[in-house]
Design a protein around this ligand. Structure first.
Ligand code: DGL
Length: 270
């Protein structure tokens, strides 16, 4: 049985773990939430990279993981290249805002992108955007919004603030769109945001399609591990270990809500 390490600044990566469980129900998972350092979105590249390297090292050494999923757009933007350089013999899969799938889905070419400031302002994101724009056969208009505080509000389970911030950032997208053509696709470029999908969908209206990255990342992880497609018959229950460098209680609660199964969580000093 393969062991897959997954980490995020907090509980956002559970949205990716959920997709991994659907894709590979028989694998063993070690999920680490960096609760002591959440949120990553406003931190410097050096800080996030330092945390990402420390976490990766620990998952590699103490949990013998066969592959690592960086279930965080911000950490992927800031550290995936140096992580792969440090661990060249070991598959590391990152998460990036789904610009390419959004470009394929959008009819109008007007695509909103919500992500953390760290992601939106990263060089890696600028390169991704330029690549997708240059490869598209249709004109694309990406309208990108840094959502300060949104991942943190979701992390804290603060629904009132989550609503206020979702409304604020969707208004900002509308105000920034220098065209009357409506956006028809909205990229959730942070793994926390799928947990606010209902709010974002209600505020955006039924004509806007929300796009996230969990499923393609899970497929990619299965491919790099050389595992077959999941059969309808699951031979065992998935084994999940939840760890948090902060308070483990909210992570355990979030597992009940977002994974549909209650998993105990343990504190890890790191
Ligand atoms: N969930 C993360 C991401 O996908 C990080 C959010 C944060 O910690 O600011 O970007």
């Amino acid at each position: 049985m393969k062991t897959i390490g997954v980490f995020d600044s907090g509980l956002g990566g559970l949205s990716v773990l959920h997709a991994l469980l659907l894709e590979m129900p028989d694998a063993r998972y070690v999920y680490l939430a960096d609760g002591a350092y959440t949120p990553y979105g406003g931190r410097s590249t050096e800080q996030v990279a330092e945390r990402a390297h420390r976490i990766t090292q620990r998952l590699h050494q103490d949990y013998a993981v066969d592959a690592l999923v960086v279930a965080c757009n911000t950490a992927t933007a800031m550290a995936i290249e140096s992580l792969r350089q440090e661990h060249p013999d070991w598959p590391i899969v990152g998460v990036e805002p789904a610009l390419k799938p959004a470009a394929a889905l959008s009819r109008s070419g007007h695509i909103g992108v919500l992500a953390t400031r760290g992601t939106v302002e990263s060089e890696r994101f600028a390169r991704l955007r330029a690549r997708v724009e240059s490869e598209s056969r249709h004109p694309l208009h990406f309208n990108c919004q840094a959502c300060d505080g949104l991942a943190d509000a979701i992390e804290r389970g603060d629904e009132a603030t989550t609503r206020v911030l979702c409304a604020r950032y969707l208004d900002a997208l509308r105000a920034n769109a220098n065209t009357p053509a409506p956006m028809d696709t909205l990229v959730l470029g942070c793994t926390h945001y799928p947990f606010a999908a209902d709010i974002l969908q209600a505020l955006s209206g039924p004509d806007v399609r929300l796009v996230e990255t969990g499923a393609p990342v899970a497929r990619r992880t299965r491919t790099v591990l050389g595992l077959p497609e999941a059969s309808a018959v699951v031979s065992g229950t998935p084994q999940i270990t939840l760890l948090s460098t902060g308070d483990p209680a909210p992570l355990a609660q979030a597992s009940t809500r977002w994974l549909g199964t209650t998993v105990g969580a343990t504190h890890l000093d790191l």
